[in-house]
Design a protein around this ligand. Sequence first.
Ligand code: MF3
Ligand code: CO
Ligand code: CO
Length: 269
Amino acid sequence: MDDTSGRVTKDGIRIYEAADFEGMQAAGHCAARILDEVAELVVPGVTTEALDDFIRNRVTELGAVSATIGYRGYQHASCISVNHVVCHGIPGPKTVKDGDILNIDVTVILDGWYGDTSRMYVAGNLSRKAERLIEVTHDALMLGIEQVRPGNTFGDIGHAIQKYAEGHRMSVVRDFCGHGLGRQFHEPPNVLHYGRAGSGPVLEEGMFFTIEPMINLGRPETKVLADDWTAVTRDKSLSAQFEHSIGVTADGCEIFTLSPTNRFHPTWG
Ligand code: MF3
Ligand code: CO
Ligand code: CO
């Protein structure tokens, strides 16, 4: 397959062909299915490395390859970010406690196509403030996705997310963003989860990218721990994230990473 085929916009964003949607659907479905399956394992007492072991095995069993194992030295099939961890939490021997909220982020490569998705899970009983955070973060992602159609801009996506999250007195993380993906893990553009309506590159049919807002109950600042991966809120406030991989269609978008059993949100399914 020729990686340089097809068109790239002046902003460096690749425009994929109609036939490429099928590859992305299959990869996205695979990643979403694994996130559905891991849900029942998220209970108090489980270790995050046990969750990662399950994910790594399922990736292989489904005929895919983990995109994260070996990516810039990362060693795991998932990122698992607990409570005040914003993203890139490294699975390990620590056990999950009652009331913990977890983001599990999985990226697979299937037939050369990337499927990248994450969602929130709850171990045991959910506190009211965590529930609110998860709800707002989920809805912010979906409002961002509603902006995706040819002629709108990337700024419209970020603006919708920021307006909604800040309207609920929560904050949008600036230090990490969504990204183009397709036959590569990360390609242009950076998909910001904040911004001005009408700013940024114009959306065109055939663009593939993720939207993956990280929303904090407190302030937006993050710091990366000494392991060089784990990003946490500086003020130790709770953080949540949801991620879909999507493709722009003639009149809107297609979500490649829809949950096959309707479990994208932790209180559904
Ligand atoms: N899946 C993450 C994203 O949404 C990236 C994880 S890279 C890793 O872009 F190396 F930390 F796994
Ligand atoms: Co991503
Ligand atoms: Co991801």
